[in-house]
Design a binder for this molecule. Structure first.
Ligand code: IDP
Ligand code: MG
Length: 139
């Protein structure tokens, strides 16, 4: 499967603090091209659907409540090896453990409110992108 797209979300914590513009600038300055972008406020049901793979995890309820607590920016990004490169760029799940200079180290506050989402495989990137975008809207 081609690996030139990934799917990302700027989460409610980052948007609420007014950091979306700075994060978007870092994304594009790093060489990711925006292929699709939209702002929306997910319902609890929509967040549950997006994170259905995590429904057995202890953090699931807190996660879906957080992700539906305010607006987010969802986007599809293009880059060679997009999935791996984007995850390296954002850092590990827990901002306290994320490498210096990563988005989560800089903009995240805790393991739940970690500012951004990035897909974990090319298959999931396509699935996640199709949760929010039609093929015709991905440039
Ligand atoms: P990832 O976003 O780095 O891929 P996942 O394990 O897929 O991490 O978890 C999805 C999201 O769930 C995380 O980005 C974070 O917002 C939240 N999360 C993960 N682990 C925990 C936890 O231990 N406590 C609270 N929230 C968590
Ligand atoms: Mg994940």
């Amino acid at each position: 499967m081609s690996n030139d797209i990934t799917f990302s979300i700027i989460k409610p914590d980052a948007l609420g603090r007014g950091d979306a513009g700075r994060i978007l600038a870092r994304i594009t300055d790093t060489g990711f091209r925006i292929a699709a972008l939209r702002m929306l406020h997910m319902t609890l049901r929509q967040a549950e659907g997006f994170y259905a793979v995590h429904r057995e995890r202890p953090f699931y309820q807190g996660l879906v409540e957080f992700m539906s607590s305010g607006p987010v920016i969802v986007m599809v990004l293009r880059h060679p090896d997009a999935v791996e490169e984007f995850r390296r760029f954002i850092g590990t799940t827990d901002p306290a453990k994320a490498g210096p200079g990563t988005i989560r180290a800089e903009f995240g506050t805790d393991v739940r409110m970690n500012a951004v989402h990035g897909s974990d495989s090319p298959e999931n990137a396509l699935l996640e992108a199709s949760y929010f975008f039609s093929a015709i809207d991905i440039f």
